[in-house]
Design a protein around this ligand. Structure first.
Ligand code: NAP
Length: 514
């Protein structure tokens, strides 16, 4: 049996009572490690985090907490090579895809370390100016934002074991709130190793960072009235969480990042060969293949004017055909594996479902796997589907296949295109491609109500844009409706979730002291 990864809770490394659940190499099929959280003292561990970790963090000013984030980034940077090895083994990703997760995490920490320095030498935030409540301003209302006096529990998805932790932990720790992370079981190793390195480096106060690897049983029961919960994962689990008494009865503040049918839209008038057409083709092929399409922000639906449907199908298929799929240890491979056999089965099942409403334009099964046994590995080639029955293809607008799969669809005019994009019922991101600045601006505003982020590629942005699916700490991440209704990142906006807003009503003499 392989090693059971330790949990870190209540300031101690501890293992569960059982034999645990195995983590596998999704290319070679080998067992890598085990995780087990059964029998942990969650109530005691959470109390330690709140009382010791929370108190120590709240003692620090924002710039002091910023220095802590910078120190974490330094620890991660020093151990970066080990993280890439773990990602290759446990996530089956090629180096560039591992970098999206690992370097993305370090960059996000660095960004919040800088942002925190701008908040001044204080431990709470003023929210707007004071408003007068009495004649001559003798009694006023001043809003403040103070650190949440609980802990932040993160329940994370399998696809970003590194970034998924730090994009949440950076704003939480900067806000003075201790963190408990429960990574998804299948890829928990990288999260656990990062926490271990940071704990061992001693850059955080006791109780500020804990990790629970294994099942989720009991975690929500251990949450108290002032804790917050940030969840990333499927819409089904999100629904279970929303119904739990922690959320329904104890008002635990919950942020949900769920699945999403993100779109790419080529605006009217962009013929094949124009920079906008080419930018769309390139980005779609990239988004379908980065991390084997296992990104919550990946493009799932592609909308083009009717006249260019065939040309777009040919151009995207041409690019996908060149993608070498297989073992990420082979230098020629550009796209590695899905994360588990369960995910491979879910992608195959999802593809079969979508194929009922769409034809195959490029078949992932035509890709020979390099250095990977199809009976063992979780590798699958990218598949482009297409349908001209855009209005009746319900499954295409409803079902997220979490893998290298997208569907191309034609539209009649701009109004039709916007209606089709909105059929996703709320998404994380839509990208727009075109050369008419006014038309792009209009479409962006039209779609802002149903998307957390609108990524607009005009020709001058084509070479410098940050990528449809790349979540930048400066911009909002999250989306309304089926995307979960959550909000993360967006620069200092992320701190709102980890602060409590209160109005202090007092005479100006008192308000002056805060
Ligand atoms: P999942 O099955 O919902 O699992 C997500 C996390 O929830 C895992 O840590 C899982 O633990 C835990 N969990 C499972 N059942 C639970 C319960 N009853 N109570 C509390 N926690 C529970 O999702 P997934 O299949 O791993 O992730 C893929 C999905 O995540 C995709 O749909 C994708 O779109 C979405 N996603 C969204 C974002 C975003 O930012 N919006 C980012 C990444 C992924 P175990 O692993 O131990 O079961």
């Amino acid at each position: 049996m392989t090693e059971i990864l330790s949990n870190f809770l209540g300031g101690q490394w501890t293992i569960g009572r059982g034999t645990g659940t195995a983590l596998y190499d999704p290319v070679l099929g080998d067992e890598l490690a085990r995780v087990d959280a059964s029998g942990l003292d969650l109530i005691g561990g959470f109390a330690f985090a709140r009382e010791r970790g929370g108190a120590a963090l709240r003692e620090l000013t924002y710039p002091q907490r910023s220095e802590m984030l910078a120190a974490i980034a330094k620890v991660l940077q020093a151990n970066r090579d080990a993280y890439f090895d773990i990602a290759t083994a446990n996530s089956g990703t090629v180096k560039n895809d591992s970098a999206v997760d690992i370097d993305g995490a370090i960059y996000t920490l660095g960004t919040y370390a800088k942002l925190g320095q701008s908040l001044g030498d204080r431990r709470y935030l003023l929210d707007g100016a004071a408003a007068s409540l009495a004649k001559d301003g003798l009694f006023q209302s001043q809003h403040v934002q103070v650190s949440v006096r609980g802990l932040a529990l993160f329940i994370n998805a399998f696809n970003f074991p590194a970034w998924g932790l730090w994009e949440k932990a950076a704003p939480a720790l900067l806000s003075g709130v201790p963190v408990v992370v429960k990574p998804a079981t299948s890829t928990a190793w990288l999260t656990q190793r990062m926490v271990k390195d940071v704990v061992d480096a001693g850059v955080l106060p006791a109780g500020a960072l804990s990790v629970v690897c294994g099942g989720s049983a009991g975690l929500l029961d251990a949450l108290g009235h002032f804790d917050v919960l940030s969840f990333t994962g499927s819409a089904d689990t999100a629904a279970t969480i929303r119904r739990h008494p922690a959320a329904a009865e104890r008002s635990v503040r919950v942020n949900i990042e769920a699945d999403s049918l993100n779109s790419a839209l080529l605006l009217p008038g962009e013929a094949p060969g124009t920079p906008s057409f080419d930018a769309l083709i390139k980005e779609v092929a990239r988004e379908m293949t980065v991390k084997s399409g296992q990104k919550c922000t990946a493009i799932r639906r592609i909308f083009v004017p009717e006249a260019v449907f065939d040309a777009a199908a040919e151009a995207i298929s041409g690019r996908l055909a060149k993608t070498v799929v297989g073992n990420p240890r082979n230098e020629s491979v550009r796209m590695g594996a899905l994360v588990s056999r369960a995910q491979l089965a879910a992608v195959r099942e999802g593809l079969a479902y979508l194929k009922q409403h769409a034809e195959v334009l490029h078949d992932g099964d035509t890709h020979a796997l390099v250095d990977a046994d199809p009976d063992v590995s979780c590798c699958i080639g990218p598949t482009l589907l297409g349908t001209r029955s855009t209005d009746s293809a319900d499954s295409i607008h409803d079902h997220e296949v979490f893998g290298p799969v997208a569907t191309l669809m034609p539209y009649r005019d701009t109004a039709h295109a916007l209606t089709l994009v909105r059929r996703g019922r709320g998404s994380l991101v839509v990208s727009l491609y075109g050369s008419d600045a006014a038309a792009l601006g209009n479409a962006a505003l039209e779609l802002a109500e149903s998307h957390g982020r609108v990524h607009v590629i005009s020709p001058e942005a084509a070479a410098v844009h940050s990528g449809h699916g790349n979540v930048m700490p400066q911009s909002l991440h999250g989306g309304p409706g089926r995307a979960g209704g959550g909000e993360e990142l967006g620069g200092l906006r992320a701190l709102n979730f980890y602060h409590r807003r209160a109005a202090i009503q007092a005479a100006p003499g008192v308000l002056k002291t805060i």
